[in-house]
Design a protein around this ligand. Structure first.
Ligand code: NIG
Ligand code: FE
Length: 410
């Protein structure tokens, strides 16, 4: 089936020489074709160009995108989409003065989510996660990474990863799975940290690998969670099963997590609300993507990552949502773009590159998504009529997405 999208005001990120990532000053430029068309052949982008060169042909379907922009769907490279229950109680506690770390230390937070998830059936988890997947698709997401980490027992971690596996079979949206057994230390292991690390390495990882349930290994490397030494041990163990690291680090403290992750060839280091000059220098010399999650400091009233400083230093940054019940109950990339521009001083073009090209890089999906290129998946956003691209992050409360196309299907 051939679909023509015609009269597009501006076609964003259309390129037949797609790059795997954009960094530094390059982040502020976007390939754009004005007054353009795109042809979709079944699931794939078949052709695109200016309207003056649109081919005479019989199309099965025609969509007019007059006065509208067309861009690739978002690549949300960091989410915790599988969870059993929301956590509004802690939201109130935080309003009344408790910090995220206070809540975690009292057995709330991640442990609270883990208890509920352990008690919830795989079927119910799948149903709620699928609903969230449909929700984020309506916000323009067309590729997503999903983590485990609310299981924290062998059975419950496997249950989460099986849910992700099932989701992969229910959608044409590319999905990557990260195993985050080291998200929080279960209460049972409070006096036996090494015992929990051993459980992850000797029992969880071999079974996950045998069933092929994960693409990456993640660790919450932070004072309230796991040390750099523990993170390194887990990255080494993951590597034995072919799982590359994508790691939560530098959310609250600079502890050497970035350097350790770079040394282990991490695909990405995520959060980076705090970062020092040595860590920026280390990332500049690496192939590791810096993934920023500004919805988390928004929700936690915390400091935002210094995106401007990172990009000005020449780094590449990706933007993702961190959708989870504790620090970010939102899977809305358009809001992330607004925060990136308003709170982190990124330009609209930089934010769009970060949420598409660089997000795809952070999931190793650059060959399939992240730009409008011949042969890539036809995962596209058609906007409502708007004057300029900057309207997207500017109008932070407007639903400016008209249609989302996933693998050629509107
Ligand atoms: O990325 N920081 C660690 N993990 C999640 C939050 C988890 C939770 O609070 O449930 C995050 O922000
Ligand atoms: Fe996270």
């Amino acid at each position: 089936m051939r679909t023509l999208i015609c009269n597009i005001k501006e076609l964003i990120l259309a390129t037949n020489t797609p790059v795997n990532k954009v960094q530094g000053a390059e982040m502020s430029s976007l390939p754009i074709i004005k007054d353009a068309y795109v042809i979709i052949d079944d699931e794939i982008i078949f052709d695109y160009g200016p309207m003056s060169k649109v081919p005479e042909s019989n199309f099965d379907k025609r969509i007019s995108a007059k006065d509208s922009f067309v861009l690739p769907t978002w690549c949300d490279s960091h989410t915790h989409l599988i969870f059993a229950a929301t956590r509004e109680g802690e939201f109130i506690d935080k309003i009344q003065g408790a910090s995220y770390e206070d809540i975690a230390q009292k057995g709330g937070g991640i442990l609270n989510s883990a208890k509920k998830l352990q008690e919830t059936s795989e079927e119910l988890l799948l149903e709620s996660a699928y609903n969230r997947l449909i929700e984020v698709q309506s916000f323009g997401t067309g590729a997503i990474e999903i983590k485990s980490g609310y299981g924290l027992t062998v059975d419950a971690e496997l249950k989460m990863l099986r849910v992700i596996q099932k989701l992969k079979n229910m959608t044409k949206m590319p999905i990557k799975a990260s195993f985050l057994g080291a998200h929080a230390l279960p209460l049972k292991y409070k006096k036996n940290r090494a015992g929990y690390i051993d459980l992850i390495i000797n029992e969880m990882l071999p079974r996950i690998a045998a069933e092929g349930l994960a693409d990456y290994i993640d660790v919450f490397c932070e004072k309230v969670a796991f040390s750099v030494a523990e993170t390194e041990k887990l990255m080494k163990a993951g590597a034995q099963y072919g799982l590359k690291p994508k790691v939560h680090t530098n959310q609250f403290n600079c502890m050497g997590g970035i350097q350790a992750c770079v040394a282990h060839n991490a695909i990405s280091v995520d959060h980076l609300e705090v970062i020092n000059d040595d860590e920026i220098a280390c990332l500049l010399k690496s192939s590791t993507m810096a993934t920023l999650l500004p919805s988390a400091p928004f929700f936690l009233n915390d400091n935002y990552p210094k995106a401007r400083k990172m990009i000005d230093a020449g780094m590449a940054v990706a933007l993702a949502t961190d959708y989870n019940p504790g620090s970010t109950p939102s899977g809305k990339i358009p809001f992330v773009l607004s925060l990136a521009c308003i709170k982190m001083k990124m330009l609209p073009e930089e934010a769009i590159n970060a949420a598409t090209v660089n997000g795809a890089y952070a999931m190793e999906l650059s060959d399939k998504v992240g730009s409008i290129s011949k042969g890539k998946l036809a995962n596209l956003i058609i906007t409502k009529p708007m004057d300029s691209l900057a309207f997207m992050p500017y109008a932070f409360g407007t639903d400016w997405i008209d249609r989302v196309i996933i693998a050629g299907q509107v």
